[in-house]
Each structure stands twice: as structure tokens, then as C-alpha cells.
Design a protein around this ligand. Structure first.
Ligand code: ZN
Length: 68
């Protein structure tokens, strides 16, 4: 999970906010409610959408944590 340099926009379709976090697209796709382009390798999320992603993937990430 990386920090994002200034001026990078959120990858969510229709969102124009500045991105705050970057995660691999593979992980970003785990969220069902984020509309993301299908051809990206890295997803940039604004504060708001990062929150949505975290909420959506809470269970999945919990399972992953236990597995490792
Ligand atoms: Zn956004």
C-alpha cells in the first residue's frame, strides 16, 4: 500500500478526487462497489473510495490475515 504523489486522480470511474492511496488493481477489484477500469495494474483511490474499498474488503482481508 503506497502513498501517492500529488496530482494523481482517483481511478474510480466518474471520480475526480485526488488519489490518496494506491493499491494493486487485483486487490482493488475485490471490492464490488468500486467502478474501476478493467485495464489497470495499479489502482489509485481517493480518501472516500479507499474507505469504501476497506469496508467492502474487510472480510476478505480478515481471511487473508488469518491464512498467512
Ligand atoms: Zn474516488
Amino acid at each position: 500500500m503506497g502513498k501517492v504523489s500529488k496530482g494523481v486522480k482517483c481511478s474510480v470511474i466518474g471520480c475526480n478526487n485526488e488519489a490518496e492511496r494506491s493499491i494493486s488493481a487485483q486487490r482493488a477489484y475485490l471490492s464490488n462497489s468500486l467502478k474501476l477500469p478493467s485495464n489497470i495494474s495499479q489502482a489509485y483511490l481517493c480518501k472516500e473510495h479507499y474507505k469504501v474499498w476497506k469496508k467492502d474488503t474487510k472480510e476478505i482481508r480478515e481471511i487473508e490475515r488469518l491464512r498467512w
